[in-house]
Every structure is written in C-alpha cells, then in structure tokens.
Write a protein that binds this ligand. Structure first.
Ligand SMILES: C[C@H](N)C(=O)N[C@@H](Cc1c[nH]cn1)C(=O)O
Ligand SMILES: [Zn+2]
Ligand SMILES: [Zn+2]
Length: 476
C-alpha cells in the first residue's frame, strides 16, 4: 500500500540537516505574540514563513487583520492564507498552524539561549517554538520539499492557514475564517492541525478534542504610589493583600474548583466514556517524567487522564506589579494585576462561565470590605472542541501512524486549547483532526522547550504519509 512512501521516507532522512537548519532559522525569530515590543518580530516571522512557502512553489497571501482590539496601537500579525496544488481531481486538505510563540528569556532559567536552536548529544533540539508550533508547521513544508526532491507528486491539494496570534487568544482569526469559509476555504474536504503533543515519549496519538480557555485578570489598586511598608504598613489597605485573598478563593491545592456552580456545568461521565481511558498507553511514570517530578495530584492514570482531558481546571498564572525580583524590598505595591484562567470542557459555555466567575470575584471582593478599587477583566476566551474520531480523516491518519511508527495510535483529547478547531468545525462543517508531532517531555510554554530530532524527522514522514492515506481512504 502506498509504495511511493518508501522513497519519500528516504528523501526525508537525506534532507534532515536541511530541515533542522530551517527550524534553526525559524526559532531565531522571537515571535512572541503577547509582548508589545516583539510584535515586529511576529510580523517578520509571518513574512519569513510566507517566503519559505513561495520558495517551494506555493502561493500565499498575507491577510492583514487590522489593529488589535482594545490595544489599537498594535497591528495584528498577518494570517497566511496559502495553497500548494490546485488539481480538481485531488482532495483538499486544510492545514493550520501558528508561527507565534510564548514568551521566553534566558533569565527565566533556560539552560541555553531560547532563540538559538541548541542540539544536545541525545538529539534534543532546544528553543522556544521548537515544538509549539514552529517544528510542526515546518514539518508540512519539509513534507512538500521531500516530495519534490523524491519526484513524487503530492496526492492532495494543500490549503494553508497559519496565524500569528494563537498564544494570545487567536485575535482576528475567527472573523477571517467566517469571511473565507465559502471563498478561500470552500473546497476543504478535511482539516488537519499539528499543534499538540503525545501523552508519553514513545507512542503517537490522534487527538479528537481540546479544552477551552477563558483567561481573566483582576486588578486591585488604591495608594497613589508604591508605599514604604514601615511607614504605611497597618495604616493603608494593601492591594496585594486583597488580591491574594481573591486569587486564593478559586481552587484548592488538590485542584478542586471552589467557584460555586462551575462543576454543575460539566457533562456527566458515562460508562462508555469511562471505558475509553484504561486502554490508553500511558503510565504515571510518563506523567512524572513530563512533570519533571512526582507532584501529580492523582494516584491513578485514569484519574490523571480525565482531569487533563474531560474536567475543567483553574490555574493561577502571575501577578503583575508584584515585587518578584531577588532581595527584600520593604514595599507595598500600589497596583497589582492577578492573572488566572479556567480550562473548560463539555458542556461549559464561555459566557455562562464568565458570569459565574465574575459573580464569585465580586462576592469575594465584597467580603474584604476594602477601600481599594477592583476591576475584573476578560483577557480572552476560546471554547472547547470535540470531534468524531470514526471519520475517514482519522482512519487515514491511523494508517499513517502505523506505517511510520509500527504501532496503532492512542486516541486522546488535549488538555490545552486551540480555539480555531471549533471555528473550522462550525464554519466549514468539515472533520478536524489533531495530528501531533511533539512528545510529552517537550516542555511547551515552559523553560527549555525542545523537540526531539526523531519526532521532527519521523513527524515529517508522518505528515506526508497521512496525505497519501488520505488521498486513497474511502469516504465512508
Ligand atoms: C495546545 C496549543 N499548542 C497551545 O499551547 N495552546 C495555548 C493557547 C492559548 C493561549 N491562551 C489561551 N489559549 C494554550 O493551551 O495555552
Ligand atoms: Zn502554545
Ligand atoms: Zn500551539
């Protein structure tokens, strides 16, 4: 079956050094979408990616999305709408990825410069964006190049959508997809996204769901400026004391959500669904390895998996304005902004969740009887998504996994969020598949993010093989 794949695989192996250089160039552009001063780099990264697509013979338009809502001094990075091939006899696969990355600084604790790809003797390629999501995006380009060099025609047409704001709420993207659903995206047969991770380090998976993410901030201010705690401690209401009380009211140390009404929104667990978790090839050791220690809340793998995949969670992310550098400054910060988010699951609705969270924050605030001022803000929100994994899109991907890795993939739901999955499903009405490249130890969003050379190269083979199986899979 699909005999051309062997020569394609050989070509990928032969081109691996070139593919690694391509990733090195991409990682060197610090395209951090959430930092104002890095916005020109996000735009530069979009232009670099467009030039790579064009060099391979693809066409691409840099669709301008205008100003960032609420932050009008910032231009949104372009959404790349591209095409490779337009043979009417072939199927059309829409591939999505993002070229922006999470923030990173050497001083956060990175062992190497986060924007200089560094490869160790085990083939671990360290660099911000290596696994999330520059490596997987480049995997598609590598697959095109290896086909060309092997003299094999791509068996499908590719429709591309690459955005530069995924790590910052995918601002502007939904409108573009809605506007283009019956134009640029109209011929789409199926959608494939490579932007998540295997559960462990050995076994690939296909992913048919993501959690949603509602991100909020609580700002507390009062004094006209930062104060001397000796002179004013015990005299003034302190914003940090108020904020810590509120931040402490959301979740228990064992992960239990304390906000009344949230757990009532969660779809009940059926026996059929509960039976999906035991067969997943995942152990607590896998979890400890990816956590970097044994700090898991749960003892059983099924509980850990369900809390990652099908239950909500609330996380506290940081406090702006807090004194966090080393030393012992005796300061009372005048204004602090606490940031937290809730990962949402079926059947939680974005607005219902926000109403409940806001009411909770206001009630907690009232209890404090503080003379400070509190402002609650929604930073961004995106809904959960669940797909039909019995669709031929998934069958083709499972065959590709077996061909490249010699095992059947695990079927998973991702704990992270990719807001565009739902938009594609709803606006195009087509099946969406997540086909990850990276592994559980890649430390996406964390320090020392990496992508293993094996995952990058075999992952490139997988993306190409998937396109071939997709071309010949009957549409049952
Ligand atoms: C899973 C994906 N690679 C990812 O990291 N998504 C982000 C998207 C995000 C950022 N803010 C809200 N959503 C994530 O899950 O944090
Ligand atoms: Zn991410
Ligand atoms: Zn991502």
């Amino acid at each position: 079956m699909v005999p051309q794949l062997d020569s394609y695989f050989k070509e990928v192996d032969g081109l691996q050094d070139k593919f690694i250089e391509r990733l090195r160039e991409a990682v060197a552009i610090p395209s951090i979408s959430s930092e104002d001063e890095r916005r020109p780099d996000v735009i530069k990264m979009g232009e670099w990616l467009a030039s790579q697509i064009r060099a391979l013979g693809g066409t691409v338009e840099l669709r301008q999305l205008g100003k960032q809502p609420g932050r009008e001094h910032l231009e949104l990075p372009p959404c790349l709408l591209g095409r490779y091939g337009d043979d009417p006899k072939k199927r059309n696969v829409l591939i999505y990825g993002h070229y922006d990355v999470q923030p990173a600084q050497l001083s956060d604790g990175w062992a190497t410069d986060p924007f200089a790809l560094s490869i160790d003797d085990k083939g671990r390629m360290y660099g911000r964006g290596s696994t999330d999501d520059k490596g997987p995006v480049l995997g598609w380009l590598n697959a095109i190049e290896a086909h060309q060099k092997a003299g094999i025609e791509l068996p499908v047409n590719l429709i591309m959508c690459f955005e530069g704001m995924e790590e910052n709420g995918s601002e502007g993207l939904d409108d573009t997809i809605r506007a283009e659903a019956k134009r640029f995206f109209k011929d789409t047969d199926v959608v494939c996204i490579s932007d998540n991770y295997w559960l462990g380090t050995e076994k690939p998976c296909l992913t048919y769901g993501v959690r949603g993410c509602n991100y909020y901030s609580v700002e507390v201010s009062g004094p006209g400026q930062d104060l001397h705690s000796g002179v004013y401690g015990g005299v003034s209401h302190e914003p940090m004391t108020d904020l810590i009380r509120i931040m402490n009211s959301f979740v228990d140390p064992d992960g239990t959500i304390l906000v009344k009404g949230i757990s009532d929104l969660v779809a009940p667990l059926t026996d059929d669904e509960a039976a999906l978790y035991p067969p997943i090839a995942f152990t607590m050791q896998d979890l400890y390895q990816s956590l970097g220690s044994e700090v898991a809340i749960h003892e059983k793998k099924e509980d850990a998996l369900m809390h990652k995949m099908r239950y909500p969670s609330i996380s506290l992310h940081g406090i702006e304005g807090a004194f966090y550098t080393p030393g012992a400054k005796t300061v009372i910060p005048a204004k602090v902004i606490g940031k937290f988010s809730i990962r949402t699951v079926p059947n939680m609705e974005i607005h219902e969740v926000t109403k409940i969270i806001q009411k909770h924050v206001e009630e907690e605030w009232a209890k404090l009887k503080s003379k400070n001022t509190m402002k609650f803000n929604i930073v961004h929100s995106g809904k959960w998504w669940v797909e039909d994994p019995k669709h031929w899109n998934y069958t083709a991907a499972a065959k590709a996994v077996e061909r490249v890795f010699g095992v059947k993939p695990d079927m998973t739901r991702e704990g992270g969020s990719i807001p565009v999955t739902l938009t594609f499903q709803e606006e195009l009405g087509k099946n969406v598949l997540l086909l990850p490249m990276g592994s559980s130890t890649d430390a996406a969003h964390s320090i020392n993010e990496k992508l293993d050379k094996r995952n990058y190269i075999e992952g490139t083979k997988l993306l190409g093989a998937y396109l071939h199986y997709l071309a010949e899979e009957p549409t049952k």
